[in-house]
Write a protein that binds this ligand. Structure first.
Ligand code: CU
Length: 250
């Protein structure tokens, strides 16, 4: 089962309100530069399409992926005029490469933690054993963990993200998440050329300071759950992409 546009993360839309007090305004989603009205013509920055993760073959026939969490910076563009401090996987400035799994194929993944704090990787939606489900549970900074598994479920669009106690929200907010595509060998009937007519869209609300830095609110700062003041798609605020015209014939 395939979809042309894979929508992986959909979070809450914008809320509009105005307050004068500066401290109140910091918590106001409708604040400053990053909340000026968006015109249709503003959507002109090229959509970023996460690359496919590089697969290697181990000596005993497993498909191997490396997944390295690191600190980096990223330009969300749009109202965000600076490079924000972000997190990413495997060289990505924000988010990570798309990992493509195949049902029935022995898979090996090494997670390396190059952050300054512990992290872990949860395979959201993948049916696995407990040690794989949260790979490298509480993996300290500078260490790595390797797991093996053989996916056995129908084709699906999934994602992976940290699941570190009390740090999950902020690590994801700052960029740690990757699309995971599971193929099951059935010939798709929809366009399926990755990055051309089969494009993952990671849609996230993100909160920015007036000068474009990421502004994460902890549970104590906003225990109703925080709202972003911009929507980013694959880490770009005003994305645009042309796709080939096609007709689906059953
Ligand atoms: Cu999850």
């Amino acid at each position: 089962m395939k979809r042309i546009l894979r929508v992986v993360v959909v979070l809450v839309p914008l809320v509009a309100c105005h307050r004068d007090d500066e401290e109140e305004a910091r918590h106001d989603p409708d604040f400053a530069l990053c909340d000026e009205p968006v015109a249709a013509e503003a959507f002109s920055d090229p959509l970023f399409v996460p690359p496919l993760a590089t697969a290697m073959m181990t000596s005993d026939g497993a498909v191997h992926y490396d997944l390295t969490a690191q600190q980096t910076t990223h330009a969300f563009k749009g109202c965000s005029t600076l490079r924000a401090d972000t997190l990413g996987y495997s060289g990505s400035e924000y988010l990570g490469p798309t990992i493509r799994l195949t049902r029935g194929t022995l898979t090996e993944v090494t997670v390396a933690n190059r952050l300054s704090e512990a992290t872990s990787v949860h395979w959201h939606g993948l049916k696995t054993s407990a040690n794989v489900d949260i790979t490298g549970s509480h993996l300290p900074a500078g260490q790595s963990a390797t797991v093996r598994f053989t996916p056995d479920q129908p084709a699906a669009t999934l994602w992976l993200h940290p699941h570190e106690h009390m740090r999950t929200g902020e690590q994801i907010f700052r960029g740690l998440a990757s699309v995971v595509i599971l193929d099951d060998g059935e010939q798709p009937t929809l366009p399926h050329t990755y990055g051309v007519d089969d494009i993952p869209l990671v849609i996230q609300d993100r909160r920015f300071t007036p000068d474009g830095k990421l502004d994460y609110l902890t549970y104590d700062e906003d225990n109703d759950g925080m709202l972003g003041n911009r929507i980013a798609v694959n880490g770009i605020i005003h994305p645009q992409k042309e796709v080939p015209r096609a007709r689906q014939i059953e």
